[in-house]
Design a protein around this ligand. Structure first.
Ligand SMILES: Cc1cc2nc3c(=O)[nH]c(=O)nc-3n(C[C@H](O)[C@H](O)[C@H](O)COP(=O)(O)OP(=O)(O)OC[C@H]3O[C@@H](n4cnc5c(N)ncnc54)[C@H](O)[C@@H]3O)c2cc1C
Length: 512
């Protein structure tokens, strides 16, 4: 995870494969390729997981709602991957119980029941996790604030959740462990050709402000919603393949909603489903799904998005009376959906798609966090069909003992976020002071983020290595200065640079 050395090594000797984009898709491809012994490099324009991969609902799931759209293949693949990820990274991917309150008429309830049986079947009927039907009284015992009128009961079923940024970071680090050369803050700006075939990339190293040329036998464009912009850097004309769809989430205090487990609510108006996902003493509410024509670098939650989500929750939980003043933060992400002629984005296919241009640029788009391994395997099978085994046997980090002398909530967080590195995070920094009151993040994580996880800005540390921005953006502003001072010592920032960094974080927090 040494950025400068990795970039030098990429420039020095041609790669077998260069991956553009450090979201879950690019990270997964780099890991799969490195595991098969390829000389692989990955460059990310901003920070790892700074695109859609940090803006998800954080579910590792089969996608119950895709059954309604008859997307059986998506559900089947995703359910298998979910089960596998739970085994590979049990510290990170946590089993989660979901409550599905039932309001509709009998035929609608029958469809939900059938869907859940198919869901359990797709997951291989996991022991102790087959869905259960609850009476209205039991449903209310699970979630006391539920609207009682027309409540016909509820189902309880199982899925999983994971911190999306930590998942990406684990995959990036595992790839690096296996020899992948990875670098953030390095933007691809064009391609190098040899006899009309792509033979590498021209890039710009944003930190050292220098242009770089990296030679590679194959280049994969894994830039999600930006993939058409990268395709447009080719010499040949391209048609748009991605239709960005915006998804907004809100974070509110969990006590305001009162959910013990995750909850899935269906809008009586448009039939869309919205999740309430417990995260410590917060609840994440999301998501919307609407066509987006704005600046793809800066999707934001608009007032209308917030109102839609709050109204939907209030309809199901009238006593909660959630209002915009309850919202701690918001975030918006863009789904890289395929242009497929569907009327509304929620009906568009969630499958991934792989394209190859005449000059050999491979583009992968769509898919899900949950299915990144499968997507990666398909891409690497294509670029290096004789390269041996796939990611199937590549595990992530296993959990270890709780770090000694650390408060319980912080120890739990460290284990979940860092697995077997948890003790090391605390030992190396020699301190366990809390970063922000009320959240489990530790100051020790700053040093770890800079030295082991290529964090180069305050926002990297507060938004993605830890999730302070998400769960308490305003209090994060109060510690940004302190984080900046510590990073300045490690990275040699001047006072002016530190100030700019703090301001950049504050601007980010204001927008959330
Ligand atoms: C609201 C929402 C909720 C979701 N919820 C879930 C969920 O609960 N579970 C699930 O499984 N999936 C979920 N998804 C889907 C999942 O988040 C995405 O499929 C996935 O994160 C896409 O990852 P990616 O790597 O393809 O794209 P990204 O994460 O966007 O990564 C692309 C990267 O490419 C970089 N890049 C762009 N241009 C360049 C360039 N020129 N040079 C170098 N780098 C460049 C970008 O900076 C970016 O980091 C959700 C998606 C959304 C929008």
């Amino acid at each position: 995870m040494n950025r400068s050395k990795n970039l030098e090594a990429m420039v020095e000797k041609p790669l077998d494969l260069l991956v553009i984009g450090g979201g879950i898709t690019g990270a997964g491809i780099a890991l799969d390729a490195a595991a098969r012994g390829l000389r692989v490099g990955l460059v990310e324009r901003w920070d790892f997981a700074s695109g859609t991969s940090s803006k998800s609902s954080k579910l590792i799931h089969g996608g119950l709602r895709y059954l309604k759209q008859l997307q059986f293949k998506v559900t089947l693949e995703a359910s298998r991957e979910k089960a596998l990820l739970q085994k590979l990274a049990p510290h990170l991917v946590r089993d989660t119980e979901f409550l599905f309150p039932l309001y509709g008429p009998l035929p609608v309830r029958a469809v939900v029941s059938a869907g859940l049986w198919i869901y359990d079947l797709a997951a291989g009927f996991p022991k102790g996790q087959i869905h259960k039907k609850l009476t209205p009284k039991d449903a209310l015992a699970h979630l006391p604030g539920l609207a009682e009128e027309r409540l016909r009961g509820a189902y309880v079923y199982h899925d999983a959740r994971a911190d999306d940024c930590r998942l990406v970071m684990h995959v990036v680090k595992k790839a690096a462990d296996l020899g992948a050369l990875v670098a953030n803050r390095c933007a691809v700006r064009g391609f190098v050709y040899d006899a009309k075939r792509i033979a590498g990339i021209n890039a710009f190293d944003e930190l050292d402000e220098r242009a770089l040329t990296i030679a590679a036998k194959r280049v994969v464009n894994a830039t999600g919603v930006w993939c058409d912009m990268v395709r447009a850097m080719e010499d040949e004309p391209v048609e748009r393949v991605v239709r960005p769809s915006k998804g907004v989430h809100l974070v509110v205090p969990r006590r305001r909603v009162g959910n013990r487990e995750a909850v899935i609510l269906q809008s009586p108006r448009d039939g869309r489903v919205v999740f309430l996902i417990p995260w410590g003493d917060r609840t994440i509410i999301g998501t919307t799904d609407s066509d987006y024509a704005g600046d793809i670098d800066r999707p934001r939650a608009e007032r209308e998005d917030v109102r839609y989500l709050l109204e939907l929750v209030n309809e199901h939980l009238p006593k909660a009376r959630l209002a915009s003043r309850d919202v701690i933060s918001t975030y918006a992400g863009l789904r890289p959906l395929l242009v497929d002629g569907s009327q509304v984005p929620s009906k568009a296919s969630r499958e991934h798609h792989i394209f190859e241009s005449r000059s050999g640029l491979i583009t992968i788009t769509g898919g899900k966090l949950t299915t990144y391994r499968r997507m990666a395997r398909e891409v690497v099978d294509r670029v290096a069909p004789h390269a041996g085994s796939s990611t199937h046997r590549i595990g992530l980090f296993a959990a270890s003992e709780p770090p000694p002398g650390v408060p319980a909530d912080m120890a739990e967080h460290l284990l979940r976020a860092y697995g077997s590195e948890a003790g090391d995070v605390v030992r190396r920094a020699g301190a366990s002071r809390r970063l922000v009151e009320g959240l489990p993040y530790s100051e020790a994580e700053i040093e770890h983020a800079v030295e082991r996880e290529m964090a180069t800005t305050i926002t990297d540390v507060l938004a993605r290595r830890t999730r302070v921005l998400l769960f308490d953006s305003q209090r994060g502003c109060a510690v940004a200065e302190r984080v900046g001072q510590r990073m300045a010592r490690m990275l040699g920032w001047s006072g002016h640079e530190t100030r700019l960094q703090v301001e950049a974080y504050e601007a980010e927090a204001d927008g959330s």
